[in-house]
Design a binder for this molecule. Structure first.
Ligand code: NIG
Ligand code: FE
Length: 417
């Protein structure tokens, strides 16, 4: 039995509190312990308290890790990522810098379909090599769990290849992955003139296979003008639900297409993006207890200004989640610290609300609220030490690598220098 105690945290930001995702004023309560300490046994948190409270437990054989007065938080839970793909889209980034829009590039066969072509041509091993590099980026940024979507294969075999890569990355890297099937990410090139056949393929072959083989926990759809219509999205997500998969949705990202309302109708776990969602959509999400997942990195990286209405959502009582949307097109970042900065500067969320959205609320959106997302007895010891004196510096000093040490299930998986 291995025991470690983490000592001397100026702020141990525990996020301990009521069971369930946090709403309204609860989002500002981080349950900080000053001069905090954590006892870890066999990868799990045994207890937390002040140094004085934990000192009697420092018996022989307990390894001591002194964090030198730094700030300690739970690992970030990034609840929306696309981390398995081949190639990148630096060429499109350059075109956008010269004025082309994301939609124009997509209409000309670039965008998601460009990454699909590269990913189809890649072997499982190629995807693993790239995936390991991105896993390292996440860990170095203080993220210990990601939700990971497929969606750059768009054939049964290529989607399976991506989902298997996700499983393998979960086993062999120190990052934890929660897999989501996103076969309805775009209509692939070869089905452009017969989209209904592709929808049928997703519903009749892909979803049943993925569910039967236990390759994903959730199913997602990109519901958007020129991608999947509301009616197609409804049919796909209903089929997924019937096969036992949870539901997440790319909703109202580039236009108000009614995605949030559909997520509510289907009682989805989450509705993601929501840049164009109106008051009616917000009310529908609240009514159906759907968690909004906000992705300000994609608004920023596309050079847009229409950030989602986070303030209205929080004030309405929605348990908001923040995530990176890491992908090679609209949001090429794994940095939750960047997302915290954007959340305060553009979504007008306080640093405390942002941290709640990036940890405990995100964990609940992935059905993992009882095992990760806060520093509480019984949970995985996913802890990150930041070289800060005050947790607000994480949101405030942006573009700085604050991460000092990362523990995943009690094991040190990154240490600076
Ligand atoms: O969440 N909106 C759809 N999917 C991604 C973009 C993926 C890509 O551009 O490759 C998103 O923004
Ligand atoms: Fe996305």
């Amino acid at each position: 039995m291995s025991s470690t105690v983490i000592l001397n945290a100026r702020q141990l930001v525990t996020l301990s509190g009521p069971q369930g995702p946090r709403v309204g004023p609860e989002m500002r309560d981080l349950s900080i312990i000053e001069d905090g300490a954590v006892l870890i046994k066999d990868g799990l948190i045994e207890c937390t308290g002040t140094r004085q409270e934990l000192e009697p437990l420092l018996t022989e054989g307990v390894e001591i890790f002194d964090v030198g007065g730094r700030v300690v938080l739970p690992g970030f839970v990034d609840a929306h990522t696309h981390p398995v793909f081949a190639g990148n889209r630096a060429d499109e980034f350059e075109l956008r810098a010269q004025g082309a829009t994301y939609q124009e590039i997509a209409a000309q066969g670039g965008g998601i379909r460009s990454t699909v072509r590269h990913t189809r041509a890649a072997s499982l091993e190629d995807l693993l090599i790239a995936g390991r590099k991105y896993a390292d980026w996440f860990i170095r940024g203080g993220t210990t769990t990601v939700e990971a979507k497929s969606g750059y294969g768009l054939t049964l075999d290529d989607e399976i290849k991506i989902l298997r890569a996700i499983k393998q990355l979960d086993r062999e890297t120190s990052l934890s992955y929660v897999p989501t099937f996103l076969g309805a990410h775009d209509i692939p090139d070869e089905y452009r003139d017969r989209r209904e056949e592709y929808v049928q393929l997703v519903i009749q072959e892909m979803i049943p296979f993925v569910a039967r083989e236990n390759l994903a926990e959730f199913c997602d759809v990109f519901c958007e003008e020129r991608v999947f219509t509301l009616e197609e999205s409804r049919r796909i997500l209903k089929a997924a639900h019937e096969c036992g998969l949870g539901i997440r949705m790319h909703a109202d990202q580039l236009s108000l297409s009614g995605g949030a309302k559909l997520a509510a109708e289907l009682c989805a776990s989450t509705a993601d993006h929501l840049e164009h969602t109106d008051a009616e959509g917000i009310a529908a999400l609240l009514q159906a207890s759907v968690q909004p997942v906000l992705l300000p990195g994609s608004v920023y990286a596309l050079g847009l200004t229409n950030y989602p209405h986070a303030r209205e959502m929080i004030d309405a009582g929605l348990p908001v989640v923040l995530a990176t949307d890491f992908n090679p097109g609209s949001s090429p970042t794994t940095s939750m610290q960047m997302v915290l900065s954007l959340a305060s500067t553009h979504l007008k969320m306080t640093p405390a609300e942002s941290i709640t959205a990036a940890t405990i609320n995100a964990a609940y959106s992935l059905n993992r609220g009882s095992s990760i997302g806060s520093i509480e007895a019984g949970k995985h010891a996913d802890l990150v030490v930041y070289d800060c004196e005050d947790y607000r510096e994480l949101s405030y000093f942006f573009g700085i690598a604050h991460t000092h040490t990362v523990f995943a299930s009690g094991r040190k998986v990154f240490a600076r220098g």
